[in-house]
Design a protein around this ligand. Structure first.
Ligand SMILES: NC(=O)c1ccc[n+]([C@@H]2O[C@H](COP(=O)([O-])OP(=O)(O)OC[C@H]3O[C@@H](n4cnc5c(N)ncnc54)[C@H](OP(=O)(O)O)[C@@H]3O)[C@@H](O)[C@H]2O)c1
Length: 376
């Protein structure tokens, strides 16, 4: 199901706290960084905070720059991004400035929370999601019903922790501020629980006055039939590799990446690599991994085109090579057309062998691009 791009944004002290325990909100960012945050807010369709942040900080969550608001309006967007909050209890102050500033507001809650919010006369669209709040459903509703394509999440720690642990975040924008809180009772950015095993990808660092912005992307593949943000990253890489293939009139141009469960890239390859006119992408990538590498069992193979089920040039097709390597998850952008093989069904071969195959159609055009001369 389509979801918005989810950007987590937070500032922390050098000892990793989001705030202190005093009554006033602790200002961690520098003035220029607050302006950067304003710019990011202006670029998104919606800003979300947890009910804990509403109660603690009473934030307005506006785009403060008149120029940025005017640019939004000129681009046909609402002057302010939609403001969103989540609350299981529904215990929110109807007089909080959140409800009375900016543009549209929505609150995602439970059925019991919705009753409370309506009784309190909260000035917002109240969206009950049943007995408990499910983040995937919330994001799908934001996307499908409220038209949100980019979502900025501004905390607090409870919300950030869930979105990262549930593999629903596309990006983390973290600002490190040069001060200490030193109070174990203060809120932390990320709480305990199960995160992806390996290292995130650092995509940018920026010094802004005395703070440092770091942008990270998750790297670990999903584990089931749903594509997580990291899956989309690796599939994009596979599609970029496909564009590097020497052109051919008799074979597809395909890229493939093998990624361990903790997000470590094990190998990558593309069709006709290293001058071999018949090498397939998955075959080229798997040939670079030690067959005894225990990480293969939990790995995901990303292939711009569905792995082949039959081929004349080698005894084993790629679907079989993948199964024989012990890999049990494949993410692909494009089901194989009948161009060279009638009724090729690599997905069927993989599924029969116990592998999960995830097709992500949003990359189909990118996968086709280097093959236009073959498929039009
Ligand atoms: N430095 C920064 O960048 C930054 C940014 C934001 C916030 N903060 C700080 O962070 C602190 C607040 O963080 P926090 O962790 O206490 O609160 P929070 O994450 O803002 O909100 C937690 C609340 O959101 C609701 N919620 C979260 N997950 C839910 C789920 N799955 N289902 C239903 N409801 C859910 C619950 O509301 P109910 O209790 O109503 O059910 C929960 O108590 C404050 O001190 C604030 O200043 C700092």
């Amino acid at each position: 199901m389509p979801r918005p791009y989810v950007l987590l944004s937070a500032a922390v002290s050098l000892d990793g706290y989001l705030d202190d325990t005093g009554p006033e909100r602790l200002l961690l960012s520098s003035p220029a960084d607050f302006d950067r945050v304003d710019e990011v807010r202006a670029s998104v369709d919606a800003i979300l905070v947890g009910a804990g942040t509403l109660r603690a900080d009473n934030p307005r969550l506006l785009v403060n720059s008149p120029g940025r608001r005017a640019a939004r309006v000129a681009a046909g967007k609402p002057e302010y991004p939609l403001k969103v909050t989540v609350s299981a209890s529904g215990e929110l102050d109807p007089d909080a400035v959140f409800w009375h500033t900016g543009g549209d507001k929505a609150v995602y809650t439970t059925d019991a929370g919705a009753r409370r919010l309506r009784e309190a006369g909260i000035a917002a669209e109240v969206v009950p999601l049943g007995a408990a709040l499910d983040w995937a459903r919330l994001l799908e509703h934001l996307h499908d019903v409220l038209g949100v394509r980019r979502l900025m999440v501004e905390g607090g720690g409870t919300v950030h922790t869930q979105l990262l642990q549930q593999r629903l975040a596309d990006e983390v924008q973290l600002v490190l501020a040069p001060l200490f809180v030193g109070d174990a009772k203060a809120p932390r950015l990320f709480g305990p629980g199960e995160y992806q095993g390996g290292r995130l990808r650092l995509v940018e660092t920026r010094v802004i006055e005395d703070v440092v912005l770091m942008r990270y992307e998750p790297t670990a593949p999903g584990t089931g039939s749903l594509a997580v943000p990291a899956d989309r990253h690796w599939l994009r890489v596979a599609c970029e590799l496909a564009a590097q293939c020497p052109p051919s009139r008799t074979a597809f141009s395909v890229g493939a990446v093998v990624v361990a469960a903790d997000g470590t890239e094990l190998a990558r390859g593309h069709s006709r690599e290293a001058g071999d006119p018949v090498t397939h992408a998955e075959e080229a990538a798997l040939a670079k991994v030690d067959p005894a590498d225990a990480r293969l069992a939990g790995a995901t193979v990303y292939s711009s085109l569905e792995p082949c089920a039959r081929r004349a040039s080698r005894p084993r097709p790629c679907a079989r090579l993948i199964l024989d390597a012990g890999v049990r998850r494949v993410v692909t952008a494009w089901r194989e057309p009948d161009t060279f093989v009638q009724g090729a069904d690599g997905t069927g071969v993989l599924a029969a062998g116990g592998a999960e195959v995830v097709v992500v159609p949003e990359f189909e055009e990118a996968a086709k691009e280097p093959n236009r001369h073959l498929v039009g």
